[in-house]
Ligand binder design. Structure first.
Ligand SMILES: Cc1cc2nc3c(=O)[nH]c(=O)nc-3n(C[C@H](O)[C@H](O)[C@H](O)COP(=O)(O)O)c2cc1C
Ligand code: SF4
Length: 438
């Protein structure tokens, strides 16, 4: 079998050839059709589940597998489902988060452009497991083609009896709506997202109550990332042991979609065992650094994670291995910077993104981010002063006093810039210009 990330004409390297589950049968120019998915046992898990399993049994099986949320936080999927109390009211809702506005992250788009029916099957099973009758897929507006693909494939699934009333004669009814996001990064935060679907202003909402007890329209609501939920039919078909065995490390589980961008030869989205080393991802799968470039640092898990330096080039990329070295795996979207890249400028770029995307609800985030941008811009343009560094240090701590996880996430690159590249900031200040600009 050709590894999908292998370029045409390239010889397969057995050592780095891993099972493809989520991106299996990926086509260069089109999605996998319902027929093709069924030939590969698609919807078999749904048929079996509806016939033979009670909702609680599904949740137990999913919990046993230990699937961890791929939306960034790594929260266990089974535990989230189990947190709906047995006597929780109806109706209940199941929501899939396909907002994917974290810079550097494009795995959910690749996944759904490969096999949308995997998601549809997973959502129906999830709906059955939590006794929901309605599901939503929340899609960022720049993924309009994807929204249209999903709507078309949902209709095909409806005609085949997989969606709607009395699915496959089981008595269970469930349907799915595609909801286009208004197009702000904060809409991807799970509680802001639920406000957005209800037609409210998408401000985050601090728990308690948790959405699994009081979510949309005050009813129990579960939200999962696309890459998390698509595992459900695979795990039900092959079991928890198989799922765990796919990982490269004991602390990992399953495979992971790693997105790589920046100064590499072969940027892309690679399905690899969870826990694959960063060095292997960059040097082998992403084709190594482009000629004349040396690895300086990377942002390993999307814009809200810290700069990771050469010291951890060999780190195993799973949630716990990352935590142990003081980093966060986030979405595992790796942006690679080389020795010619100015990290003050890169951080300014990220801060401008966060300042623009803040929902404006709380003062430290709303006022603090533009101020940080102003200081970084001055430093980058050669107008910086030494005391700015102290202020930036203070600010990177102060923004933790914000209402939601957005502002602490925004501070990851700034804090790590100061921790690992303080000399580079001072070089700008003493030389009164950016040392990287020719
Ligand atoms: C500012 C912000 C943006 C987020 N954007 C996304 C997103 O686009 N997609 C996503 O799945 N999770 C996103 N999250 C994480 C969600 O809040 C939530 O943890 C996730 O959707 C839960 O799914 P999981 O348990 O399957 O990972 C974001 C979080 C924050 C703080
Ligand atoms: S931290 Fe930022 S995004 Fe979060 S509530 Fe406050 S202003 Fe909004």
């Amino acid at each position: 079998m050709k590894n999908w990330c292998q370029k045409d004409g390239q010889k397969p390297n057995e050592k780095y050839h891993y099972p493809q589950i989520l991106l299996k049968n990926r086509k260069p120019d089109r999605i996998l059709t319902l027929e093709e998915y069924r030939l590969d046992d698609g919807y078999a898990a749904l048929e079996d589940t509806l016939k033979n399993l009670k909702p609680k049994e599904i949740t137990q099986k999913i919990d046993e597998a230990g699937i961890r949320g791929r939306g960034g936080a790594g929260f266990p999927l089974g535990k989230k489902w189990l947190s709906i109390p047995d006597d929780a009211p109806f109706p209940r809702y199941f929501v899939v988060n396909c907002d994917e506005m974290e810079p550097g992250t494009f795995k959910d788009r690749v996944l759904l452009h490969t096999n949308p029916h995997n998601l549809i099957e997973a959502m129906i099973i999830a709906g059955y497991a939590i006794s929901a009758r309605k599901g939503f897929i929340f899609v960022r507006p720049s993924y309009e083609t994807l929204s249209q693909i999903l709507e078309r494939e949902l209709e095909i699934a409806r005609q085949e009896g997989y969606l709607g009333e009395n699915i496959l004669g089981s008595g269970f009814s469930f349907d799915i709506v595609v909801h286009r996001s208004g197009g702000r990064y904060i809409c991807g935060e799970a509680t802001a997202l639920l406000n957005a679907i209800q037609g409210k202003r998408p401000n985050p909402k601090q728990p308690p109550p948790y959405p699994t007890t009081r979510g949309m329209w005050d009813k129990p609501t579960v939200t999962n990332n696309v890459e998390t939920i698509v595992w459900v039919p695979h795990v039900l078909r092959h079991g928890a042991r198989w799922y765990k065995s796919l990982a490269a490390t004991r602390t990992g589980e399953g495979t992971k979609l790693y997105c790589v961008s920046g100064k590499v030869n072969n940027p892309g989205c690679f399905e690899l065992p969870m826990g694959t080393r960063l060095s292997e991802i960059i040097d082998v799968h992403a084709g190594g650094m482009i000629e004349g470039s040396e690895f300086k640092a990377c942002i390993p898990g999307g814009a809200s994670t810290r700069f990771l330096t050469r010291k951890y080039y060999d780190v195993e990329m799973d949630f716990d291995s990352f935590r142990m070295v003081g980093h966060r795996l986030g979405t595992a979207a790796i942006i690679v910077f080389d020795h010619k890249t100015c990290l003050v400028d890169a951080t300014l770029n990220l801060m401008e993104f966060f300042a623009r995307e803040s929902c404006g609800w709380c003062t430290p985030c709303r006022e603090g981010l533009p101020y940080i941008c102003e200081l970084l811009r001055k430093i980058e343009n050669g107008d910086g002063k030494a005391e700015f560094v102290g202020i930036l240090k203070e600010m990177s701590k102060f923004l933790w006093n914000s209402y939601c996880a957005f502002a602490p996430g925004a501070m990851s690159s700034l804090e790590s810039l100061i921790t690992y590249f303080e000399d580079e900031i001072f070089e700008h200040i003493w030389e009164k210009k950016c040392p990287f600009k020719v």
